[in-house]
Design a protein around this ligand. Structure first.
Ligand SMILES: [Zn+2]
Length: 707
């Protein structure tokens, strides 16, 4: 699905979570030395005095707003980025940890949900038990691959592997993260009331195709390090050095060939490019080396009216590779993928080597996170809605929900006014836009019904086994949707997540309880502060419904063109202004690293629209109360100034250079400095608030505006 992720969410790396706005911060009950190294979670609260009076807001607003905070908050050794939201991340994780610890106590009175989260926790935290078991939990899977005798047997093994991979059902911006390809059930692009089968490109173990294809020194170096990492991992699981060397070469060769056949991430942003419908007969003909009837039966897929094949060229290339390379090479490929998937749940040697490549080399992390945090991240991924119930009880009171909903409605009204007032849209297209806006469903905090995990078997015996159980459950949960009516109540983020999303096929905006906390939202804060931080997030998600991608879907979530040709042309001109503006050098990410504004256009449009809509809603509220956003308050700041400061402050964030490079090259979001400076320099409202003069860096000569 085209899930639009709002905050940085990096493949294989980070799963942020969050906390609550009560005064009481949970205490950390430290079990080990590593845990004690962590400071108790401290929530950041907005303070206008974080602005640096020695600097000029009109020169570099991000620096003006964040300099003091960034200088006082260096990145901890076990982190790859650190932001004003990081305290919240730790706070949220601590709530989840305490929930699981209580459920894992031997004498705890436990219902079915507590049994699962308690035993998951106990198995994950049992480092000595995991060490003693060694490779035993993985051995049956290695044996299965070793026993394959013909290519004919590959299909069943592919289906089996897809069950073991967390996220194997999930189409992300570039690909599905599972061996060979991805398979899932998802809403049909042309008729969103139906769920159909989808086949997606996949099969890589680096973040995207560029990592295999680019020939600059840094890219070549990274690919060489990857090859060495594959070899080390194979040796750790018992292969002889020379054999592991040859196998790692095979892995790089096969993945490079798959990468070359993948559609690139800019092309994938246009849903028309991936909406390729095929019959089952056509799928069989596309890649006959895979026995599709066997595969579909093995993943329990119901019959589908048709199959969406996101990238037929990818499957054509995979077919050639399957036919052209011997079984032994595919066995090496599968062994590697299996090991890479399982490493984080096995012995210290496996965990450390996995960390060294995926976290240290690719993201610059110096030290691994304490075990408890890794356990919390994975439990949230695997049993998120079981944990989410406790999180909501503790961290998300009904008043928070009510106040958020009030802001959402105010910002939706601002969007209505905005559409009404723009001069470049014809009345016919405006009418359609109003229908879409009215059709957006607001989801706040948590789902109306909780996922039933009763069929997921969780024990204290095997951490890897628990992860695989949960992964198989998720794959089948998605696949068995095929042919059934759409469940509109479902969420694709867990309640404790610090993030938000717009879902174009459900036409919903979703704000998990995890982000409705300080410094993004605070019950007791001024409107100017809340609208600048969470108000912008709300406006951002709403704008996604009308960005260059979202505008192609209608109120019912169907991919349908409701624009007149002239309005579409007008839109594209404004969109191009944004994508040109954000196609820029990013010196902090390394010499020559350039942002592709075509990749980030949707997110940048949402940032610009989001902040403007939030300010419109705030101004409307002040007007209704007969107040002005430009009247100085007791603290010496006007509400409008505090609105912008609160926005910038919620984005103060520093990255390790390795992560910055990975983000700029792969992520559809701009880095925070540009999320702040490019947006405010497009806004006359900002220049008024801080009396910036024409020609100042924060006053762009050619200001872009879509919404
Ligand atoms: Zn977004």
């Amino acid at each position: 699905m085209f899930i639009r992720r709002f905050v940085l969410y990096l493949l294989l790396l980070i799963l942020p979570m969050a906390v609550l706005g009560q005064n009481a911060i949970p205490s950390i009950t430290a079990n080990g030395a590593a845990d004690q190294a962590k400071d108790a979670p401290k929530l950041e609260h907005f303070d206008p005095n974080l602005a640096d009076p020695a600097l000029n807001a009109c020169d570099d607003f991000y620096k003006y707003s964040c300099n003091k905070w960034l200088a006082a908050n260096p990145i901890p050794h076990d982190e790859v980025y650190w932001s004003t939201g990081s305290g919240l991340e730790l706070w949220n994780e601590t709530v989840l940890r305490e929930t699981m610890e209580a459920a894992s106590a031997k004498d705890a009175k436990r219902g079915a949900v507590q049994q699962k989260i308690g035993d998951y926790w106990a198995a994950c935290m049992d480092e000595s038990g995991i060490e003693a078991a060694g490779l035993k939990p993985l051995q049956p899977e290695l044996d299965r691959i070793a026993a394959l005798k013909s290519k004919k047997e590959l299909t069943l093994e592919i289906a089996h592997l897809h069950h073991l991979f967390p996220g194997a059902w999930e189409q992300r911006d570039n690909q599905t993260n599972s061996p060979f390809f991805g398979f899932t059930g998802q809403q049909d692009y042309d008729d969103a009331s139906k769920v159909v089968a989808q086949l997606d490109q996949g099969g890589l173990s680096l973040p995207n195709r560029d990592y295999y294809i680019k020939t600059d020194d840094k890219s070549v170096e990274t690919l060489n390090k990857f090859r060495a990492h594959v070899q080390k991992m194979l040796v750790l699981t018992g292969e002889a050095e020379a054999q592991a060397g040859a196998d790692s070469g095979t892995v790089v060769e096969l993945e490079t060939a798959l990468a070359k056949a993948q559609m690139d991430n800019v092309a994938r942003r246009d849903p028309k490019n991936i909406n390729n419908k095929m019959s089952l007969a056509q799928v069989r003909a596309l890649a006959p080396s895979i026995e599709w009837d066997v595969y579909l039966k093995a993943v329990k897929a119901p019959a589908s009216s048709h199959y969406i094949v996101t990238s037929p060229d990818f499957f054509r290339a995979e077919e050639k590779l399957l036919a052209g390379h011997p079984l032994e090479q595919w066995k090496a490929y599968m062994r590697w993928h299996l090991i890479a998937q399982a490493a984080a749940y096995l012995t210290k040697a496996m965990v450390d080597e996995n960390f060294d490549f995926y976290y240290h080399t690719l993201a610059g992390q110096e030290q691994i996170e304490p075990r408890w945090r890794r356990c919390v991240h994975n439990a949230d991924r695997d049993l998120g809605e079981a944990l989410g119930q406790a999180y909501v009880d503790r961290a998300f009171p009904p008043e928070s929900k009510a106040r958020t909903l009030e802001m959402v409605h105010a910002i939706e009204r601002a969007m209505h006014d905005d559409v009404e007032s723009v001069s470049w849209m014809t009345p016919a297209t405006k009418e359609q836009a109003f229908v879409k806006l009215k059709g957006i469903e607001d989801k706040i905090g948590y789902p109306s019904h909780w996922r039933d995990y009763s069929s997921v078997k969780i024990t204290r015996e095997s951490y890897l086994g628990n992860v695989e159980q949960a992964s198989a459950f998720e794959l089948e949960r998605w696949v068995t949707k095929i042919g059934k009516p759409v469940d509109r109540g479902e969420w694709t983020m867990t309640p404790a997540t610090i993030n938000a999303y717009y879902d174009p096929q459900l036409n919903t905006i979703n704000f998990p309880a995890g982000i409705l906390q300080p410094p993004f939202f605070e019950k007791g804060m001024d409107d100017s502060v809340n609208y600048g931080a969470i108000g912008m997030v709300i406006g951002h998600e709403l704008t996604h419904g009308f960005d260059d991608q979202g505008r192609k879907f209608d109120a019912h979530g169907n991919l349908r063109d409701w624009w007149t040709a002239e309005d579409a042309k007008q839109y594209d001109e404004r969109g191009k202004c944004i994508s040109d503006e954000y196609t820029q050098e990013v010196p902090d990410a390394g010499a020559g690293v350039k942002q592709n504004g075509l990749l980030t256009q949707g997110e940048d449009t949402a940032d610009n629209g989001g902040l403007r809509l939030a300010l419109m809603a705030l101004t409307n509220k002040f007007q209704a109360e007969n107040k002005s956003v430009d009247t100085k308050e007791a603290d010496g700041w006007t509400p409008r100034q505090k609105f912008f400061l609160s926005y910038a402050n919620s984005w103060c964030q520093q990255y390790r250079p390795e992560l910055m490079r990975t983000v700029v090259l792969t992520n559809p979001h701009s880095i925070p400095k540009y999320r702040v400076n490019n947006v405010v320099s497009n806004m006359p409202e900002f220049q008024e608030a801080f009396s910036c003069k024409k020609g100042a860096p924060m006053v762009r000569a050619n200001q872009c505006r879509v919404w």
